[in-house]
Design a binder for this molecule. Structure first.
Ligand code: NAD
Ligand code: DAU
Length: 379
């Protein structure tokens, strides 16, 4: 199908902005509608470079508003949905679980129902349609550290090094791993995944789910580990390491996630699930040391200058010990693999945040939110 009307939700956020940019630039024949509520995490400055493209439209709306979803999906004649809008920060979910249930569960349900109702009215019904739901590895719970001392996270690992992948333990998440979420965030994402699959199994809606590991790269909201620490090092502020810094995360460059989403949207098997990950596990404290080393080098500080900023703080409640994605199904069936070595990805990321101080200052000052409030006041 060449002319498509694709709704991307959460496109003003971190991953969504990379997906919108990729689709708008790569598919000039598609109409891309970016639907976002512009919560604290949504920032249209993330899309400045493509905002005037003729195949791009932005709509401010709340996915939990069923009538709005009905109106938007039918008026734009949407035939494909890539659903990223969510409350995404574990720490916020611990303080305010209800907002997570409202957006992630009820919002996903409203979007599913609105798509179903619209597609049901069409003569061709579900043919050529797709509801693609973006989820997380956190739904699978936590893995053991069977090698608790770990191997010093090697800075020179290749992105697809299975050897490194196994450095912290012998188990990893497969598409068949049983759901076992621990935080209100992951519980809400798990619930939304179940609703998506239920719409396929009950109504025959063409759906797809992918579960990805931790993303890093430009435009991530600076309350998440990597941008927060880069910014704090720059301003010589403490680096709050939760617990002992022993938790392990599996990091993927955000543009590689966006490429995977593009591939799966076009070639993925309906009703299937794909795990997406970088084969790139890091113990938090090792990753933090790499960030410190890279930022110090780029800023011209003597090596090790900012290590004194490391501050061990109370651990996150229910902090999952280790995540590790096995994405070999996606490699095997659709030929995707991460394109970047971690060394290159982290260098690009550090340089991007240091070069884009204005973007960062706009967020930390809260100016970007005031701008939207004025702009959308009477809509
Ligand atoms: P983000 O917090 O940066 O962006 C979320 C976006 O959703 C924001 O633009 C926000 O304004 C919008 N939004 C929130 N509530 C909304 C609502 N009710 N209606 C409409 N829009 C709303 O998140 P992210 O890190 O880009 O994550 C995007 C998706 O990918 C999420 O579904 C998340 O669960 C998933 N995911 C994230 C990661 C990661 O490492 N960041 C990894 C795997 C999966
Ligand atoms: O695994 C995928 C998930 O990755 C996504 O589903 C989430 O949306 C995304 O936010 C991310 O969740 P994490 O909780 O892993 O990301 P965060 O950047 O908040 O934390 C990464 C690790 O660093 C985690 O073990 C907690 C720790 N941490 C985090 C912060 C913000 C610290 O030690 N100090 C901090 O200040």
């Amino acid at each position: 199908m060449s002319n498509r009307n694709i709704l991307i939700t959460g496109g003003a956020g971190f991953i969504g902005s990379h997906v919108v940019r990729l689709f708008v630039n790569k598919y000039p024949e598609y109409n891309i509608v970016n639907l976002d509520k512009l919560t604290y995490a949504g920032n249209l400055a993330n899309l400045k470079d493509i905002e005037n493209k003729p195949n791009y439209t932005f709509v401010r709306a709340d996915i939990a508003d069923l009538d709005e979803m009905r109106r938007i999906i039918s008026s734009h004649k949407i035939d494909g949905i890539i659903h990223l809008a969510a409350e995404s920060h574990v720490d916020r979910s611990i303080k305010d679980p209800f907002t997570f249930a409202r957006t992630n569960v009820m919002g996903t349900l409203a979007l599913l129902q609105a798509a179903k109702e619209y597609w049901d009215t069409l003569p061709e019904k579900y043919e050529g349609k797709l509801f693609y739901h973006i989820s997380t590895d956190e739904v699978y719970g936590a893995l053991e550290l069977t090698n608790p001392e770990g191997v010093e996270s090697p800075f020179t690992t290749t992105a697809s090094s299975a050897e490194h992948h196994l450095a912290f333990g012998t188990e990893f998440f497969l598409e068949t791993t049983k759901y076992n979420p621990h935080s209100p965030y992951s519980a809400s994402k798990a619930s939304s995944d179940h609703f998506v699959r239920a719409y396929h199994d009950t109504y025959g809606m063409p759906t797809l789910v992918t579960n990805c590991s931790n993303n890093y790269g430009p435009y991530q909201f600076p309350e998440k580990l990597i941008p927060l620490f880069i910014n704090n090092i720059r301003h010589h502020k403490p680096l709050p390491v939760y617990g002992k810094g022993e938790n392990v995360r599996d990091w993927l460059f955000v543009e590689d996630h966006a490429r995977a989403i593009d591939l799966i949207f076009h070639k993925g098997k309906i009703a299937d699930t794909y795990n997406i990950g970088g084969f790139n596990e890091w113990k938090n404290i090792d990753l933090i040391k790499v960030i410190i080393k890279t930022v110090d080098r780029v800023l011209g500080n003597p090596e090790g200058t900012s290590e004194e900023l490391i501050t061990y703080v109370t651990d996150r409640a229910g902090h999952d010990l280790r995540y590790a994605i096995d994405s070999r199904k996606l490699q095997r069936e659709l030929g995707w693999e991460p394109s970047l070595q971690f060394e290159e990805g982290i260098e690009r990321t550090v340089r991007w945040y240091l070069d884009n101080q204005e973007w960062m200052d706009n967020i930390t000052s809260g100016d970007y939110e005031k701008y939207y409030d004025d702009m959308y006041q009477n809509r």
